[in-house]
Write a protein that binds this ligand. Structure first.
Ligand code: MTE
Ligand code: HPA
Ligand code: MOS
Length: 759
């Protein structure tokens, strides 16, 4: 049976559960004499740095060095896109920002040293909210615009217009493994930095920049991550550069590993959003026009905020056709951590606003919202608001109708109505929501990947590629693709740690395209090796190479066959090269910013979910009773991995929309800095019943092995929970309500106030 499509466990599953799988910080035991780093952090959100006095700290036993800007030989700058993130700042831009780093013989010594560093700050006015930032005109980007049709004219003459605004909360990544880096010397006395990074090539670049070295002198390795979720797309760079700087200055290996409080206070999160809109519709709930303004709280620096805002603009349509739409997005600058990539990358925020609008239109028309949704679905032949044809538009209806059947929606809707009629203090809500998600980096040049595949004379294989493993199962899928293409057993394929000295200039493993891009590159490398081997095997077996079959560790043509290992040994003797690179670049994608037109995505994925909740009217507390999902992953390369991604993505989305709430106090200090104050979804928040189906007969002809990307899209399916809560809230009203305002995140408190409002 083919390795591709087989339901096998994650390639490190056993290591994950036994603790055998090693992570960056576990490599510390190989580096006797490594120094430990601890930050000196700002106690103000905005300030001028007047002076740092490290004398008392450096006099303490066990303190080796206090690193400051004066120690940087290269550029004191870690910004990935714009140069606006000094590694050692002179202007403090957020509460908890590292100002200096103390290196100690032990972690304890470094901590005591950090407490003894005297920092003099002059407090400046801090801008902490999006409204304040807008008033003060503090922007990190220009307005980004996509315009389609003539929304202003349609709204001006429409008889049904509604308007409003909506605020959406951010989200902490809460990967189990906090940021970590370990810098040591390689065999040539040059820096080798182990980093928990999604983007080793960029981490290498930032290290080289800070050290003032060419990139060829710096090697970066990402062994695996204990979760990343976008939080390590750019945010790991500074910590790796810091470790490398410590190594270069002291000559000793340096280890940085944040504790949870520092990780939460220092690193970027999902962007909070604020939306303002005007919508025109007819009395049947047909969407006519929309003018939408989106603001994102980008925090203090640009980071990836522009691309994130663009992805929000690309996803505010949801699965619905807006004949006239103008959406303008702008990133606001505040004195907070620099907000960053997080699963969905602005897409969830955009799609949430889209669903909010659909619900408002439906309630204004007093129509069932699922009917209004279906009425406005994109159809075959439609273009999105940025002009991309929706090649598979009919899949929206397919996933929607399929989950409606599997989840028994119509019968349960009647049951819920009956329950609500007989329960004055508890109400149930049911909602069905479809999603679409565009696959590709919207920055077109990032859509490329490389691989290096090595076959040894005994037939065993090493695979290197540019993607990083963060638990999502990329290495598992790559192993399946390589095994299947070469026709060898899975255990003949060894996946190597991701290193910049194997594949250069890689993109982040992000935008859900890790397997699409790296999988294609690995397949191409394996195909060129197979072609060379087939030519030789054809000669040895006396058949046409095209008649050969590579499978199960053998190369066969009818009765005649060879072991793959024999063939590899023979190829070596015959001086046939047994290693190959593969390179893949997604064809045909482009986007023109000034006109807001193009084809930013190679394709779309689709899914639909039904959620059912039960809400207590006295407290606003609720329970998720049942979730049904149908999700499109094309032909699944690895069904267990994909199922895990769908379930995990959904639950992470559920956390964002319901219980996870970031609170900054009046001084800009993040008040929610640990699991005790920041409520993560746990088993108690999971649905009592949870059914996930991979959409059958969903072959995607333009992607490796007919598959589709899966990492981020299922996150959006959790929007069904928000809409189910809204339905339950509405049921507390006497009769129909024309609007249900529901805070986001919809904590029990937010649900309680929503109930009060409809009452
Ligand atoms: N799954 C796990 N277990 N851990 C993670 O950190 N990150 C998500 C998703 N699934 C993540 C995950 C994000 S944000 C992305 S972009 C994709 O995985 C990246 O991997 P892929 O492109 O290989 O799907
Ligand atoms: N997704 C994730 N990361 C990115 C993107 C994107 O679309 N563009 C640039 N970095
Ligand atoms: Mo994922 S947010 O693209 O790393």
């Amino acid at each position: 049976m083919s390795a591709v499509g087989r339901a096998i466990p994650h390639e490190s599953a056993e290591g994950h559960v036994t603790g055998e799988a090693r992570y960056t910080d576990d490599l510390l035991d190989r580096h006797a004499g490594a120094l430990h780093a601890w930050p000196v952090v700002s106690t103000l959100a905005h300030a001028e740095l007047i002076a740092i006095d490290a004398r008392a700290a450096e006099a303490l036993p066990g303190v080796v060095k206090v690193l400051t800007a004066a120690d940087v030989p290269g550029e004191n700058e870690a910004g990935p896109v714009r140069h606006d993130e000094p590694l050692f700042p002179s202007e403090i831009m957020f509460h908890g920002q590292p100002i200096a780093w103390v290196l100690g013989e032990t972690l304890d010594a470094a901590r005591r040293g950090a407490a003894a560093v005297v920092v003099e700050l002059r407090e400046l006015v801090a801008v902490l909210t999006m409204r304040e930032a807008l008033t003060a005109e503090r922007f990190s980007t220009d307005p980004l615009v996509i315009r389609h049709g003539d929304p202003e004219a349609v709204i001006a003459s429409a008889s049904h217009v509604l308007e409003g605004e909506l605020e959406i909360g951010g989200q902490e990544h809460f990967y189990l493994e906090t940021h970590a880096a370990l810098a040591c010397w390689d065999e040539a006395g040059l820096p080798l930095v182990h980093s928990s990074t999604q983007h080793p090539s960029e981490t290498q670049l930032i290290i080289a920049r800070v050290l003032g070295r060419p990139r060829s002198e710096v090697t970066c390795q990402s062994l695996r991550m204990g979760g990343a979720f976008g939080g390590k797309e750019t945010q790991a760079n500074g910590f790796a550069a810091l470790a490398a700087l410590g190594l270069q200055i002291t000559g000793r290996p340096v280890r940085v590993r944040l504790d949870r409080q520092h990780d939460m206070a220092m690193t970027g999160k999902r962007h909070p959003f604020w939306a303002r809109y005007r919508v025109a519709h007819d009395e049947q709930g047909q969407l006519l026009a929309c003018e939408l303004e989106l603001f994102a709280d980008g925090g203090y620096s640009l980071d990836l905020s522009k691309a994130i805002m663009f992805r929000a603009l690309f996803h505010c349509d949801g699965c619905y056709r807006w004949p006239n739409l103008r959406v303008v997005g702008r990133v606001l600058q505040t004195h907070k951590t620099s907000q960053t990539a997080f699963r969905g990358f602005g897409g969830p925020q955009g799609a949430l606003v889209g669903e909010e609008l659909l619900d408002r239109v439906a309630r204004a028309c007093a129509l069932p919202v699922e009917q209004v949704r279906a009425r406005n679905f994109y159809r075959a032949g439609d273009l999105t608001h940025y002009g991309q044809p929706l090649r598979d538009a009919e899949r929206i209806e397919r996933v929607f109708e399929r989950v409606r059947m599997r989840g028994d929606f119509d019968r349960r809707q009647a049951e819920v109505a009956e329950f609500n009629a007989t329960h004055p203090h508890e109400k149930r809500g049911l909602a069905i929501v479809p999603i679409k998600f565009g696959i590709s980096f919207t920055t077109a040049f990032l859509n490329q990947a490389g691989a290096l595949v090595l076959i040894y004379g005994d037939g065993s294989v090493q695979v290197n590629h540019g993607g990083t493993e963060m638990g999502q199962g990329l290495h598992t899928k790559i192993q399946q693709i390589a095994a299947d293409t070469l026709g060898v057993p899975l255990d003949a394929i060894r996946l190597m740690p991701t290193r910049t000295d194997k594949v250069p200039n890689t993109s982040a493993t992000a935008a859900s395209s890790g397997a699409d891009l790296n999988g294609a590159a690995v397949e191409l490398a394996c195909l060129s090796l197979r072609e060379r081997l087939a030519e030789l095997a054809g000669r040895l077996l006396g058949v046409e190479p095209s008649a050969l079959r590579f499978a199960e560790g053998r190369v066969e043509a009818g009765e005649r066959s060879l072991r793959f290992a024999e063939l590899a040994a023979r190829a070596h003797v015959e001086r046939i090269s047994l290693f190959a690179t593969g390179y893949y670049a997604t064809p045909g994608i482009h986007f023109d910013e000034p006109s807001g037109r193009g084809k930013p995505f190679h394709y779309f994925t689709f899914g639909a979910a039904i959620s059912e909740v039960e809400v207590d009217g006295f407290t606003g507390q609720y329970r998720l009773r049942r979730v049904d999902i149908v999700h499109d992953v094309g032909d699944s390369i690895s069904p267990l991995v994909d199922r895990g991604q769908i379930e995990g993505g959904f639950i992470q989305g559920l956390g964002w929309l319901t219980c996870e709430e970031l609170v900054w106090d009046a001084k800009g200090r993040l008040a929610t800095r640990g699991a005790s104050t920041y409520k993560l979804p746990s088993i108690g928040e999971c649905p009592d019943e949870f059914d996930v189906e991979l959409l059958p007969m969903a072959h995607e002809p333009t992607v490796v092995r007919g598959s589709k990307a899966v990492g981020e899209p299922p996150f959006l399916l959790a929007l069904s929970v928000r809409e189910a809560l809204r339905a339950a809230v509405a049921a507390f009203a006497q009769g129909p309500v024309s609007r249900v305002e529901l805070g986001c995140p919809s904590t029990a408190e937010a649900v309680y106030w929503a109930i009060e409002r409809v009452r």
